[in-house]
Design a binder for this molecule. Structure first.
Ligand code: ZN
Length: 289
């Protein structure tokens, strides 16, 4: 059976009010990445953060983090582009990763392309918050990113939040802008986040029904604001991969554990269901990096 990729999503923009283990500084991120690698992760996805947890967008910060991660382990590196630095100039948002790619010691292995735009409000207790928050990813921007990443030798992670996003990602493959085997992150949303498919088996099934069997696509499941571990079994059985971590959800029901604990739980369940865990070398081969 195909080996299973575990991608650790270690911090996003999570604060520490719920889970105190969210890594922020370059040393914390590198240490977390190494622990997650030991627990079975082959890819680490992270956001640079300042010492007080604010978003950090400088190339220097990302370069420092990537060098520190690579000094501690062989885990593959997947930095964010960052949403809130998007001031309408798409080139500004990808400049960080394309600049990092010029130096082999800081070149990211992956970078995300979210293939659509969506409201990112929250809704709970009969009330909306962040009602002005829109995550904008125009189609001309997606085409630019796909071309830039291909030229820079960075594998795109096609992030799809619903079936329409998937159809747009497939169009980019059909146009030859994104190479196969493609890597898709099938994002779902739960709790106060209502923009995606629910983080349930039905939500994942709705994604999977629109992945054409004729395309070479490896997919990982992910839930923003919900418990992804309850989808480990389905992801394992359906030949997919999984992207767990405390960046998306604090795992209160597990006592707010560190990232490597969540990764280890997913690895254990995947192995119990008969899937071996992929190493970074396996991922390079599976995704033709
Ligand atoms: Zn992220």
């Amino acid at each position: 059976m195909k080996k299973m990729i575990l991608e650790a999503r270690i911090n996003e923009y999570a604060m520490r009010d719920e889970n105190p283990h969210v890594p922020w500084t370059p040393d914390e991120i590198a240490e977390t990445a190494a622990r997650c690698r030991e627990a079975g992760a082959s890819i680490v996805h992270f956001h640079a953060r300042t010492p007080d947890g604010s978003p950090e967008h400088s190339v220097e910060a990302y370069a420092e983090i990537i060098r520190k991660i690579r000094a501690k382990s062989d885990v593959l590196v997947h930095p964010t582009l960052g949403w809130f630095s998007n001031d309408g100039d798409p080139a500004a948002r990808s400049r960080c990763v394309t600049t990092l790619a010029k130096d082999p010691t800081t070149r990211p292995d992956f970078a995300p392309i979210d293939t659509g735009s969506t409201n990112l409000e929250t809704y709970s207790g009969g009330r909306f918050d962040h009602t002005d928050r829109v995550y904008t990813n125009r189609t001309d921007t997606l085409i630019t990113y796909a071309r830039e990443f291909a030229a820079a030798g960075i594998k795109p992670v096609m992030v799809t939040w619903s079936v329409g996003f998937t159809r747009r990602a497939l169009a980019l493959i059909e146009m030859g802008l994104v190479a196969e085997p493609a890597y898709f992150l099938l994002n779902m949303t739960d709790g106060a986040f209502i923009t995606g498919h629910p983080g349930t088996e039905d939500g994942l099934e709705a994604h999977l029904r629109f992945l054409p069997p004729g395309r070479r696509i490896e997919w990982s499941s992910n839930v923003v604001g919900g418990d992804l571990l309850k989808l480990t079994r389905m992801s394992t059985e359906r030949g997919g991969h999984i992207a767990p971590g405390i960046g998306d959800y604090p795992y209160r029901e597990l006592g707010c554990p560190a990232n490597e604990v969540v990764v280890a739980l997913a690895a254990k369940e995947a192995r119990a269901a008969g899937r071996e865990i992929a190493s970074p070398a396996d991922v390079r081969e599976m995704l033709a990096l």
